[in-house]
Design a protein around this ligand. Sequence first.
Ligand code: BEZ
Ligand code: FE
Length: 286
Amino acid sequence: MRDVDSNTITAAVVRSFDGAADPRLREIIASLVRHLHGFARETRLTPEEWQAGLDFLHRAARISNESRSEFVLTSDILGLSSLVDLIASGKGGTERSALGPFHAEGSPLLEVGGDLKRDNAGEPMLVSGRVLDTAGRPVPRAQLDFWQAAVNGKYWQQDPEQNPDNLRFRMLTRDDGAYSFTTVRPAPYTVPYDGPVGELLRAAGRHAWRPAHFHFIVSAEGHHALTTEVFFADDPYIDGDAVFGVRESLLVQPQQNHDGELARRHGLPLPFEQVIFDFRLAPAPG
Ligand code: BEZ
Ligand code: FE
């Protein structure tokens, strides 16, 4: 292998992974090598430029910790996380979207119809819908794992004023697949931009905003778990999500509801804002 040149090096590196027992690993590494080499050839990458790239990775490592991964954020702002979701969405069911860094295990259980808004500031709303399979049949006892930012654009992990259980829950759907809860409308917020990702965004004249959204992980036996988000169609950043998570099928437009009985039952003003969104779960193989 002492005679590799710029034409033969790619095949030599790909061959060096031939011994990997897992065929999928072999396929992924071979493709990654071909694309990385293709990228260097296409851009005629200089040693100084590649050093700057490695420096970016070093700085990303230094700023990352338990609750912040600059590597995930890099994948997000390059649209790679979203592309992987879009590829997986091709299997049917509701489209997938960003998990983000603020999901926490063990959210408190909330009964269907429960109150999540509690004493949070912001515009109260009723959120409801059903969990269905791809044939349109209700999925009873599906679990919704939900989290959102407060009206100040912060998740509980970012805000010492918030209780750690604030604005998150797990809920099991009823026999007819129904779920509902009251909450407050979240606000747009920025992804962290005080590290190398922020520098890259600034160098490109890009902003760090995400449109306001709800996060859901919906899971049920016999179905693929679904990680997704629900967005507000009238959000000022709906066409400029810094992490490319918005899909047309995940947009809702809150509607005014004048049902006095429903308002009284949920402690909502009259009229109140309502968002209705149904989830569709794709069947798991086997
Ligand atoms: C979020 O939606 O929580 C998020 C997603 C990607 C990067 C940062 C935050
Ligand atoms: Fe989020």
